[in-house]
Design a protein around this ligand. Sequence first.
Ligand SMILES: CC(C)(COP(=O)(O)OP(=O)(O)OC[C@H]1O[C@@H](n2cnc3c(N)ncnc32)[C@H](O)[C@@H]1OP(=O)(O)O)[C@@H](O)C(=O)NCCC(=O)NCCS
Length: 245
Amino acid sequence: MPPEICVRPGECHVWTARAVSVSEDLAVLLDAGERRVYEALTGERVRAQYVTAHALLRTVLGRVLDRDPASLEFAAGPHGKPYLRDGSVEFSLSHSGELVAVALALGAPVGVDVERVPEPAAELPLPVLSAEERAVFDRVPGPERSAAFAAYWVRKEAVLKATGVGLRVDPARLTVSAPERPAELLGWRGREEAVRAGAGREEAVPPHPSVRLYDLDAGSGYRGAVALLGGAHRIVPRVVSSVRC
Ligand SMILES: CC(C)(COP(=O)(O)OP(=O)(O)OC[C@H]1O[C@@H](n2cnc3c(N)ncnc32)[C@H](O)[C@@H]1OP(=O)(O)O)[C@@H](O)C(=O)NCCC(=O)NCCS
């Protein structure tokens, strides 16, 4: 029987779902390691995020690979990027507030990031912006600053997650396009250092023409982005009304 969900080369499917409450029904899908992390988490919000994200990941991978979701085995790269042990499919997951996202692609490392737009009064960690980004950001009108900051942040973090270095690399080294412009990685200071830090394959580290960045429609109050290493992709958005096993 063919798998239920078909991801073709050149496509990146991105599922988003709401994590509103803790569900012990979903926890049955977790392996022993995930369950340990889940049980150590305190706070309803983060527990709901974790179990929903990991159950969603297992469910969609199971459908794409035609495998039992609970049987999938994961490992992690040197900086924590998870991968499938028998790894034919590249994936990334993210959670923030009530939103979780899972991105899947074939043969192209992928990074997804979603972020809740900070409250207008929140103090923004502006040092994560590069000098070029800061010059643009400083002209953003006050009421739009939180959303603009979130747009910068998800673009930068998506790239760092695609390469697998994550926040081991100072996000201020990356420069992405201004929020109202099409998403694009414009530069990465200290590329060689990132390679030495263990990003893996040198060709996977930007700036490089094969790094593609896309904004996601993450819904009201959120921003999202997905980065792919290895050429242009068609982004296929999939909204899940509720995650069930
Ligand atoms: C990955 C990272 C960017 C997460 O940022 P965040 O905004 O807090 O969280 P998100 O929800 O967007 O993403 C979390 C998911 O990213 C994935 N992830 C973890 N490390 C990752 C990495 N290096 N690259 C890509 N993805 C990673 C995991 O699936 C994680 O989900 P989980 O915690 O439920 O298992 C950040 O925690 C990081 O850089 N960690 C790795 C760097 C590090 O210091 N590692 C120490 C081990 S050597």
